[in-house]
Design a protein around this ligand. Structure first.
Ligand code: NAP
Length: 286
């Protein structure tokens, strides 16, 4: 990739950000399309987020992705919000359109697209979502759109799950939502009803393990989907893999939310096969 005086930039803002695989995906796409654009990663501390986002027009930065911990805090900084961002209460991308800053969120659409393209159907069946933060909200919206009959959202802090479910009531027609604590995961009767179990938490990644979960009680075709991705099996997926259950990690969601953001930034169709290959290579899977 050649950087010239004409190169325009896109980027990801996060804290931390060094681990991000987005530069690999987006830069491969720019190269494939021969666009004079490049994608950078900026380590932006929470106290600098306002100034960093407000600098986009002056620097003619075309758009940025936002990752942990900025997705909710960025909402009051942008001038315009998509309906999806309002619904989710978080933005994962800011688009600079002629100096006006627009906030959008491609996480739920990215997850939904990956579930659909993977042939995962939950029509009128039960989905178990672990987590009630931003990722849990995306999972709730995606599964409701896929026609889930019932969703049980289990969160360490039950009150947070209840608030999320209440806020989403207008978008959940036809999907019955219940909220519980993590102890629900150890209940075989709960797992026996599940068609899909989604982990939307980083539980077990740094310390401790994943909460006790009755993997064996789930039907043989029940799918275990981790929004987290890693080079090796995640703490949530490892027991499911050991039992030979169908599993997916968060790489597919990352790819799809990234491709949707690429299209918002650049107004061109994302070369998704190129982005997938770059992501898989960065994950050491090619
Ligand atoms: P968040 O808003 O901070 O929410 C974190 C969630 O995890 C909350 O439900 C929290 O429970 C729970 N949690 C955190 N540590 C826990 C622990 N030790 N034990 C039990 N529960 C714990 O974060 P987020 O944005 O939702 O992100 C969650 C995960 O999804 C992250 O690992 C992120 O990387 C991943 N993600 C992946 C993609 C993708 O494209 N693949 C996209 C978005 C997010 P409490 O409410 O009790 O604190």
């Amino acid at each position: 990739m050649k950087i010239s005086g004409r190169t325009r930039f896109t980027a990801v803002f996060g804290d931390p950000v060094e681990h991000s695989l987005s530069p690999a995906m987006h830069n491969a796409a720019y190269e494939a399309l021969a666009l004079e654009r490049a994608y950078l990663a900026f380590h932006v501390a929470p106290g600098d987020l306002h100034n960093a986002i407000r600098a986009l027009p002056a620097l003619q930065i075309v758009g940025v992705n936002l990752t942990v911990p900025h997705k909710e805090n960025a909402i009051p900084i942008v001038a315009h919000l998509s309906q999806e961002a309002r619904t989710l209460g978080a933005i994962n991308c800011v688009i600079n359109r002629d100096g006006e800053l627009y906030g959008d969120n491609t996480d739920a659409r990215g997850l939904e697209r990956h579930l659909r393209e993977s042939g995962i159907t939950v029509d009128r069946r039960m989905v178990l979502i672990v987590g009630a933060g931003g990722a849990g909200a995306s999972a709730l919206l995606a599964c409701a759109r896929l026609g889930a009959g019932a969703i049980l959202m289990c969160n360490r802090t039950i009150d947070r799950g209840i608030k999320l479910a209440n806020r989403f009531t207008p978008w959940l027609s036809g999907t019955h939502v219940e909220v519980g604590g993590l102890e629900e995961l150890a209940n075989p009767r709960v797992l026996a009803r599940a068609a899909l179990v989604i982990n939307a938490t980083p539980m077990g990644l740094k310390t401790g393990g994943f909460a006790r979960l009755e993997y064996e009680a789930a039907p043989a075709h029940c799918i275990f989907y981790d929004m987290v991705y890693a080079r090796e099996a995640t703490p949530f997926l490892a027991p499911a893999l050991a039992l030979g259950r169908p599993t997916f990690d968060g790489a597919g969601m990352l790819l799809n939310q990234g491709a949707l953001a690429f299209e918002l930034f650049n107004n061109v169709t994302a070369p998704i096969a190129v982005m997938r290959a770059a992501l898989m290579s960065a994950l050491g899977r090619s």
